[in-house]
Design a protein around this ligand. Structure first.
Ligand code: DLL
Length: 435
């Protein structure tokens, strides 16, 4: 039984979905105007009132919100409901500047968990499944979101949180977990650990729901093969609720946005002008059903492409590609735009595991980039010339992909620190960004 395939909504006609969004937009603009002086001031500065907003076609008239606004209004300045109506906060993992805190009423939690339940259902989850939630619990939204979604579906939920890999594998084998939810980098690490312990034949996993950080198609293939599962992408951000803003179906061809709660647009990050479906742009969300912390035109900084093309699964919600980079974490090295995912693609194509570190430095006004790559046990060799040959090959492949020289240093298996949450792959010693 697919309890959280909301057929009437998820396969509604585009006209019906637009009608839901038009109504939702008018409602949220009015609520925010009445209850959030911070955003009302922004609207007034742009000379726009709720009467000017009839539907999606008027969205462009509304001001954007950014992380800076959230920091300025921290902690309570963007709430549309009093504290007494709220039951939960979650927060981003940011380590610099003020944290971002999001508030939830009970209805907000229900909506968020329903979105996660849809994601689980799309990955084949039913009440018969045993769902191991290995995202971090606590302020991070990963654990709480998938945990709530799994409860809604009615699956047996293992609230593991992240870390303690021995215990993860023990519960996974003892309880016969069938679905695992964690970051893709931790999934890769788990796969490696399972093989090392020789317990691959004792695991019952059939699917994994991986998100919260960038991962490539190559990494998907590798995780799928090593764990014998189907790996589904899931996207979301704390400000807009958490995981489940969008999710992959079995077609694995883009993530369906839960459009009965979120309006997605893409814009040119430089000009702020909307870009059409099918073209790359910065993703912007309006969460129109949230009660406590609704955000209007929130700029995610994630670059992606939206498509309205019909999906074979039958769902009519539009799809987004994986984030193709961030408008703010893209590296500019020697004037060239470098996305860490491009480097990962090269490494994985050449058979390296997804354990690497990108170090960017600047000396005498000249940028240098070094990629530290871990060898597998099979590749590991005492022969200096063999290692040098491998490094040379990677340098050439990276040059072909990026157009610039990257120094490559192959390091021994297991020498790069594993992440239990989001992997920190880039160390930019130039400190070009503040806050
Ligand atoms: O990472 C929510 C989440 C938890 C999503 C578990 C999926 C699974 P934040 O910590 O606020 O929230 O980080 C949000 O992470 O703007 C993206 O840049 C990135 N991100 C999230 N999902 C994906 C994904 C959670 N599937 C930020 N692929 C977002 C690539 C992702 N990047």
């Amino acid at each position: 039984m697919e309890r959280y395939f909301d057929e009437a909504i998820e396969t509604a006609s585009r006209e019906e979905i637009l009608e839901i969004q038009n109504r939702g937009l008018r409602d949220v603009v009015k609520r925010v105007w009445d209850n959030v002086p911070y955003y009302r001031k922004k609207m007034e500065a742009k000379g726009v009132t709720p009467e000017d907003i009839k539907g999606r076609e008027d969205l462009h008239k509304l001001p954007f919100l950014t992380k800076d606004d959230l920091r300025e209004a921290y902690p309570y300045g963007l709430m549309a409901r009093p504290v007494k109506d709220c039951v939960r906060i979650q927060s981003t993992s940011g380590t610099t500047g003020r944290r971002v805190v999001a508030f939830y009423t009970q209805n907000d939690l229900d909506m968020w968990e329903r979105c996660c339940a849809r994601a689980l259902t799309a990955a084949g989850c039913t009440p018969d499944d045993v769902v191991q939630v290995s995202y971090g619990y606590g302020l991070f939204t990963g654990g709480a979101g998938l945990h709530g979604g799994s409860h809604k579906v009615g699956s047996l939920t293992l609230p593991m949180s992240s870390g303690n890999t021995d215990r993860q594998i023990q519960f996974m084998t003892d309880l016969g977990a069938t679905i695992i939810c964690c970051t893709p980098s931790y999934a890769a690490y788990l796969a490696e650990s399972i093989h090392e312990r020789g317990v691959r034949d004792q695991i019952r996993l059939k699917a994994g729901i991986f998100g919260a950080e960038a991962w490539t198609e190559e990494m998907r293939q590798s995780i799928q093969e090593r764990l014998g599962i189907k790996a589904y992408d899931i996207y979301g951000l704390t400000e807009i609720s958490g995981p489940g803003v969008s999710f992959e179906c079995s077609c694995q061809n883009g993530m369906h946005i839960n459009e009965d709660n979120f309006i997605a647009e893409t814009i040119d990050p430089k000009t702020g002008e909307p870009v059409p479906y099918g073209e790359k742009g910065e993703l912007v969300f309006t969460s129109f059903t949230k009660e406590a912390f609704p955000l209007i035109r929130y700029r995610t900084k994630d670059i992606c492409i939206l498509t309205e093309e019909k999906c074979e699964c039958g769902r009519t919600f539009i799809r987004m590609t994986k984030p193709l980079g961030r408008s703010d974490d893209m590296l500019i090295v020697k004037g060239v735009n470098v996305f860490p995912s491009q480097i990962e693609t090269v490494l994985m194509n050449q058979g390296y595991p997804a354990n690497y570190e990108i170090v960017v430095t600047r000396e005498n006004n000249s940028d240098a980039i070094e990629v530290k790559v871990e060898m597998t046990q099979e590749m590991f060799s005492d022969s200096i010339s063999e290692v040098a040959g491998r490094e040379k090959k990677l340098v050439a492949a990276l040059k072909a992909m990026l157009g610039i020289y990257c120094k490559v240093r192959l390091v021994a298996p297991k020498s790069i620190v594993r992440s239990e949450g989001k992997a920190k792959r880039v160390i930019d010693k130039r400190n070009l960004y503040k806050g």
